[in-house]
Every structure is written in C-alpha cells, then in structure tokens.
Design a protein around this ligand. Structure first.
Ligand code: F6P
Length: 360
C-alpha cells in the first residue's frame, strides 16, 4: 500500500487554500504518496467521516481558484479558541475519534491549513498523538512565528482596489468615504491597504481613536483645498475607552461577529463636520476570489514544504516564512498570542510621516 497523508482546511476561507492543496497533492504524488482530503474542516474526521482521495489530475488549474475544494468551517465540535487568547480543551472523546480516523485511514500524517484557531486545534490533536504539520493561513495576518500568512496579500489587494474606486467617487462628490475592512484584533489589512490606497485616516484595533482627531484631519484637508477624505477602518477598531462593534448576538462556541464600526464612524463624521459621509463594507469580497501572484508563490512553497516536513517527521511543526526561507517552527510558537501591528513600528511611523491620521 502507498504512503498516505491527509489534508484539511480549517477556519474562515481565504484566497490560496486551493493553491496549498494543489502543492501538497502534487508534491506528495512526486514521492508516490497518496493524499486524502478531509472535507468540511476538522469535523470531517468525526463519524460519519467525510473524506475523499485527491487525484493528481484534479489539481489542474486549481492554483488560481479561490475558496477550498475541501470545504471549511469556523464552527463545529473542535472549538479550541473563542475570542482573543481564550483557549479551551477539546473534549477527549472528540480528539480520540479523530485519532481513530487518522489511523483507520492509514494516514502517515495530516496537513492542517489554518489560522490561530485551527492551529490551536492541531496542537491538541498533536498532543493526542496524531502526527501532523501546519500551514499558516489567515487574511488577518495576525499569526505569530511567520513573517506573513497566505491570503493576506490577496485581501490587501482587494481592499486597495476598493480604495482606488472609492477615491474617484469621493472626489467627484466632495465626500468622506469610509471603507470597513476585516481585522478582528489586528489592523494589518487596514494599515497596508490604507497606505497603498492613499487613505487619509487609518483606524486599527491597536490604536483606539477619537472622533475629534478624525474630524481635525478632515478640516485640515478642507483648508488645504481637498474636499474629500478617505477613511479606512478595521472591523475591530474602537473609540478610545470604547469597545468593538458587533453585529448580532454571539452564538455558543463562536467568536462574536464584528461589524458596524464603519457605519458608526461615517455617521459621527457627518454629524460633527456637516460633510456628507458614506460607508462601504468590503466584507467577504476580500476573502473570496483569486489569490495574487505573491500568494500563489507563498502557498506553493508552504504546501511543498509541508510535505517535506512530513518526510522528515517534523511533526507538531508549522511551515513559517522567514524571508527568503521556509523554516519549521513548533506550532506552539505560532498560537496563543496574536501578532499585532506594532504601534511604534515602521508602518505606523511611515503613515504618520505621510500625514495620515491614525485617529489618536
Ligand atoms: O479571521 C478571519 C476573519 O476574516 C475575520 O477578520 C472576520 O472577523 C471573520 O473572519 C469573519 O468570519 P465569518 O464571517 O466567516 O464568520
């Protein structure tokens, strides 16, 4: 019987998941290994099992297709994390059932593609004796131990394009346009896209904002003859002394759904300045569609290196990008704390040097 490995995608989807799957299946096939896909995230490991053999030829053309052919979930029976830094034990019978599946499928090891939550689950599975390796995924780019996660560049590209488009309409009407992007606890997307898209105000969770500072920036632009302003706000940004804006009640065992801060910012700006303000919520558009060239390369390298780690039996490790190299790091180094935009780092300094307001 051929050596077999498994692969699953967990958490929210993002561009590049299929590119990782393709790289894993192709690299494994070159070693004459088979790859089994676990469907629908970790729950696919539980009875009734949802798995299928991934054919080498099925990978053709998958490099640039968004989403994941395996399906994914950011809820289910394997919740290891709810909210920022709150870890919980997965029930032992669930972990045991997963281990039985891996052994009955004859898997030498599992590739787990996911962000902080999924890799926290992976760590518990690993401690239960399941051989596995991790691949760092999240558009939020908030994972420790790797210079960048895949999906982030594609999300930034989408947000930057949105800003380019919002600029022309903002300029035509002399309006304030507020773009709300994702980023629960870290403002990487807002910061990158805000700078790349020529934003005037960037609001991130790491730096609580004050409305009078935002309005002062708008007034400064008016005095300078600029009648429009572009504001980029991360969904997790909040007012000084305030808290996250959420949309709807929190479901059991799930993170609270964030959303609404863009509308709140636009409304308050209009009230305080008398200028017309509009909001655009980018939402899941930034999680869908084709990965950028950068992400395709990153995903391909992540996938190929995940298979290499399995061949070297470096279980419990995640492939990390430490430019220019791909290196194994213990999954424990990546989970537990999130990577924030450093408030005294170069991105913040650069933004301030350009006169971009961070709302503080
Ligand atoms: O963690 C990635 C992320 O994109 C967050 O920025 C966002 O809050 C969340 O996923 C939304 O997930 P969903 O709508 O799929 O529950």
């Amino acid at each position: 019987m051929k050596t077999r490995i498994g692969i699953l995608t967990g958490g929210g989807d993002c561009p590049g998941l299929n590119a990782v799957i393709r790289a894993v299946v192709k690299t494994a096939a070159k070693r004459d290994w088979e790859t089994v896909g676990i469907l629908g995230g970790f729950d696919g490991l539980l009875p009734p099992r949802r798995t299928r053999l991934l054919d080498y030829h099925e990978m053709d053309g998958l490099l640039f297709v968004g989403g994941t052919i395996l399906g994914t979930a950011n809820k289910g029976q394997f919740t290891a994390k709810i909210g920022h830094g709150i870890a919980q034990r997965i029930p032992d019978d669930i972990l045991e059932a997963a281990r039985t599946t891996v052994s009955e499928l004859g898997l030498r090891a599992l590739v787990v593609v996911g962000g902080d939550g999924s890799l926290s689950i992976a760590q518990q599975l690993h401690e239960k004796g399941i051989p596995l390796v991790g691949v760092p995924k999240t558009i939020d780019n908030d994972l420790e131990a790797t210079a960048i996660t895949f999906g982030f560049d594609s999300a930034v590209d989408c947000a930057t394009d949105a800003l380019d488009r919002l600029r022309t309409t903002a300029e035509s009407h002399g309006r304030v346009m507020v773009l709300e992007v994702m980023g629960r606890y870290a403002g990487w997307i807002a910061m990158y896209a805000g700078i790349a898209g020529g934003g005037d105000v960037i609001l991130i969770p790491e730096i609580p904002f004050r409305f009078d500072r935002i309005c002062a920036k708008i007034a400064e632009r008016e005095q300078d003859g600029r009648r429009f302003t572009l504001v980029v706000v991360a969904e997790g940004a909040h007012e000084h002394g305030g808290t996250y804006a959420t949309s709807g009640p929190q479901e059991t065992n799930r993170e609270a759904r964030l959303g609404g801060i863009g509308a709140r910012v636009a409304e308050e700006i209009q009230k305080r300045t008398g200028k017309e303000a509009r909001v655009c919520v980018l939402g899941h558009l930034q999680r869908g569609g084709r990965p950028t060239t950068f992400d395709r390369l990153l995903c391909t390298r992540f996938g190929a290196n995940a298979v290499r780690l399995i061949a070297e039996e470096r279980y419990g490790c995640m492939v990390a990008f430490r430019p220019p190299d791909m290196v194994p790091v213990p999954i424990t180094e990546a989970i537990g704390r999130l990577r924030h935009v450093p408030v005294d780092g170069d991105f913040v300094r650069t933004a301030r040097a350009l006169g971009i307001s961070l709302g503080d």
